[in-house]
Design a protein around this ligand. Sequence first.
Ligand code: UDP
Ligand code: MG
Length: 326
Amino acid sequence: MAALQQLTIIVPCYNEQEVLPESSKELLAVVRQLIDAHLIAATSRLLFVDDGSHDRTWSIIQDLEATDPIYTGIKFSRNCGHQNALMAGMTIAYPVSDMIITIDADLQDDVQAIPKMVQQHLAGFDVVYGVRSSRDTDTFFKRDTALAFYNLMRHLGVDMVPNHADYRLLSKRALGALLSFRERNMFLRGIVPLVGYPATKVYYARKPRYAGTSKYPLKKMLAFALDGITSFSIIPIRMILNLGILSVVGAIIVIVYSLIQNFRGNVIPGWTSLMTSIWFISGVQLIAISIIGEYIGKIFTEVKHRPRYIIQEDDFTSKVGQSKSL
Ligand code: UDP
Ligand code: MG
């Protein structure tokens, strides 16, 4: 029988003292159940990432660690953000884990989807997306803005899974590929689909927050959306070019129009030259900015140091062997 796989469940926590006592209990029950059913290794762990909380979150995590070896935690020196908390957890878990699951601390993501995700992974999938089958419990505003954001991202050419947040399972090789994306600003929902490998979805009903308040106020949500757009797309830069071209075309029309008016003697002195130069110069300026923008766009894609490819099977190395020196 093949050895059982180690699972680490990564839980980012920012000021979650109200929910941790309950969510830790529910998560532990699920992990225990999977271990007892011999579906995952007994060395499987829960990893709480305290993202610089100001409340009792860290002392709760430490108390949990004292009660059961399944509980583990790391603490940031300050608030570094949800995505960075996930990255830290995944980086630390990678060497020892055969699969990881990331889940919010507030029980909005149904923990009962975890066994389904593990089963899908054992059936051969590397990436299992948790997808909300209903968003009834979210406010109108949150639902509509989220939908608008998915649509915008799709138009910008980013392949995101609709209604999927950061509740997902990754196999070891998918996680390894994800960690080879070297950009500082990891917008995980956009990057995970770029990893490739067999992927599937598990549906769950999104519940209301168990307790406490959302740690994503409007300001953080907007910053997150802007991050997503600017770390994936240079289309906004290209829009400057379109604007410039439009402006130059407008300039030509204005030039013709004002010249005609000028010849007819219908204008006060200076109007023609003023109008034509304003339109023309601003069009030229916008085109010039967009050219600079194109180069900045290139720098932007280069500095990310994204992997050029991710290999799924390699029959060459397995047959010919690893070359000693490159
Ligand atoms: N979170 C975090 N750092 C932050 C903000 C949020 O680690 O700066 C965590 C938070 O503790 C929770 C998850 O990210 O586990 C999702 O946050 P929240 O539930 O507040 O967001 P919402 O569900 O309202 O979008
Ligand atoms: Mg939440």
